[in-house]
Design a protein around this ligand. Structure first.
Ligand SMILES: Nc1ncnc2c1ncn2[C@@H]1O[C@H](COP(=O)(O)OP(=O)(O)O)[C@@H](O)[C@H]1O
Ligand SMILES: O=P(O)(O)OC[C@H](O)CO
Length: 498
């Protein structure tokens, strides 16, 4: 039986930063802290974060969680980091100061660059090496944009003076006072510069995307020694890192090929474990690394949707028709069951399966009777429809029965109304676990494994507990009609419907 101890999981997400302390070896959460931070939208389709906000909120929530747990910093056996992926930071190696705000994964400013590379027929080589489609979503074109936009940056990068990192790497650099410039294989796999088969940076991708290889961090396993930090008042090792969606895959114990989870935060990301060989999608899904342990990579097929909970935030902050995300389900329930609005939330383009960076959101079916409740319902339903789109792509790739049961997590699964609609529109059960903070749980598990405090995957998988199963209650004709309506609405939203 592994020893007792505490692991601190840091989950640096798109809209908030969370720290949760897990008790080992039973992985029970004992204390948590969370802080939201500002989103910056300097232009249509642009999304930025202030790097200092990411760092300051991380420090604050880690300190608060340790205090709430009644622990001394020295009692923390290790830190596991999970992070919003792809978001790009470039900083001065000497000062640690970023040269620009972080460019967030949702940001579309490099759409024209990506379109040019696709037109020049680079997509097959990029897919073969990185498993990804050429899209502004991934880090590579964001790095090049920064190097071109900030005066002197490209020359400084060529001279080796600048470092690139996704959010994990930036936080690790700050935690270790610049001693460690490293990432893990799952985060590397989202840059469009990493060969997911060999597990190494690819110089041809560096050349294609105009990114100097000297800027890139060292790549390690998800459970590994990442150095140690003293910023919390004692020397604490960082022992685990994974992109948040991959951490959630671990937290949901999707260790067997065929197992799948879907996380509903700002966006929605479904990952299906495909085992030890990468599977190339014929339906515009992403091939990615689920986790790397002991030098061995396990792969996943991923469906990425850019707007899920962000549609609820738009109801709150954009339209002002709710004060709190938690009100959205009750409001949606008041909508006229006979009518149906379709909101296609292409606020930053569309991801799987369309990959249309130029599309922008639309609403269909408005009548004089449409009101607040119908908008709320349309926003929540859009999450279900988009999940069905990506599940259909997975089934087309891997056959019927794929994703027969969906394990869900993330902030939005608190909405029973949304989860019921999800089961209804999929025509499949949706399982919500007892611990919904599966991203943090996965990060804690990886660090705990490295610390020798966690059970092996098989035993950990047996810990997974169902809180509630949502079973489909919608009649097939209604399901088919609703989904057909959604498909028509999407067709009218695409920038090039032909
Ligand atoms: N009860 C709820 N009903 C609907 N949406 C919710 C609810 N609670 C939270 N959300 C949405 O979930 C998202 C936050 O989830 P979270 O997993 O914290 O996201 P992230 O990691 O992307 O910051 C927000 O977009 C919020 O609007
Ligand atoms: O911060 P989240 O939970 O919305 O996750 C963001 C994803 O990692 C982006 O790929």
């Amino acid at each position: 039986m592994p020893a007792e101890g505490h692991i601190l999981a840091l989950d640096q997400g798109t809209t908030s930063t969370r720290a949760i302390i897990f008790r080992m070896p039973d992985l029970m959460p004992v204390a948590s802290a969370q802080q939201e931070f500002a989103q910056h939208y300097p232009q249509s389709g642009w999304v930025e974060h202030e790097a200092e906000d990411l760092w300051e909120t991380s420090l604050a929530v880690m300190r608060e969680a340790i205090g709430k747990a009644g622990l001394e910093p020295a009692q923390i056996a290790g830190i596991g980091i999970a992070n919003q992926r792809e978001t790009t930071l470039v900083w001065d190696r000497r000062t640690g100061r970023p040269i620009h705000r972080a460019i967030v994964w949702q940001d579309r400013r490099t759409a024209a660059t990506c379109a040019g590379l696709r037109e020049a027929a680079h997509a097959p080589a990029v897919a073969a090496t990185t498993g990804l489609l050429i899209d502004p979503y991934f880090s590579a074109t964001k790095i090049a944009w920064m190097l071109d936009a900030v005066p002197g940056a490209r020359d400084a990068a060529e001279r080796g003076e600048l470092a690139f990192g996704t959010v994990d790497t930036f936080l690790l650099w700050r935690l270790t006072a610049g001693r460690v410039h490293a990432t893990d294989a799952t985060n590397a796999a989202r840059t469009m510069l990493f060969d997911i088969r060999t597990g190494a940076w690819d110089p041809a991708m560096g050349e294609l995307f105009r990114v100097p290889m000297g800027m890139l961090p060292e790549v390690r396993d998800c459970a590994a020694a990442f150095g140690s930090t003293t910023v919390l008042g004692a020397a604490i090792p960082v022992l685990g890192i994974a992109g948040d969606q991959q951490a959630a895959t671990v937290g949901q114990a999707c260790f067997q090929p065929g197992m799948m989870k879907s996380t509903y935060g700002t966006g929605c990301f479904a990952l299906l474990n495909t085992g030890d060989a990468p599977v190339a999608s014929r339906h515009r899904l992403l091939t990615t690394i689920a986790y790397q342990l002991g030098g061995k990579r396990t792969y996943a097929l991923e469906g990425a949707i850019f707007v899920a909970g962000a549609a609820v935030q738009w109801l709150r902050d954009g339209l002002g028709i709710i004060k709190d995300a938690a009100e959205s389900g009750a409001l949606a329930a008041q909508s006229d069951p006979a009518g149906r609005l379709f909101l296609v939330p292409a606020f930053v383009g569309l991801g799987v399966p369309h990959w249309d960076a130029e599309a922008r959101g639309t609403i269909h079916g408005l009548t004089r009777a449409s009101g607040r409740a119908d908008f709320a319902r349309a926003a929540l339903e859009s999450v279900g429809y988009q999940t069905r789109d990506l599940l259909e792509a997975m089934q087309a790739d891997l056959g019927a029965g794929t994703g027969a049961v969906l394990r869900v997590d993330g902030g939005m699964v608190a909405s029973d109304w949304t989860m019921q609609f999800l089961a209804d529109i999929l025509g499949a059960p949706v399982d919500r676990p007892t611990i919904r903070e599966t991203t943090a749980l996965g990060a804690a598990y990886l660090a705990g494994l490295q610390a020798g405090l966690c059970p092996e995957p098989v035993e950990f998988a047996a810990h997974w507990q169902l809180e509630r199963r949502f079973t489909p209650a919608m009649a097939e004709p209604e399901r088919a009609a609703a989904y057909a309506g959604w498909r028509r609405a999407v067709q009218r939203t695409l920038s090039d419907p032909g």
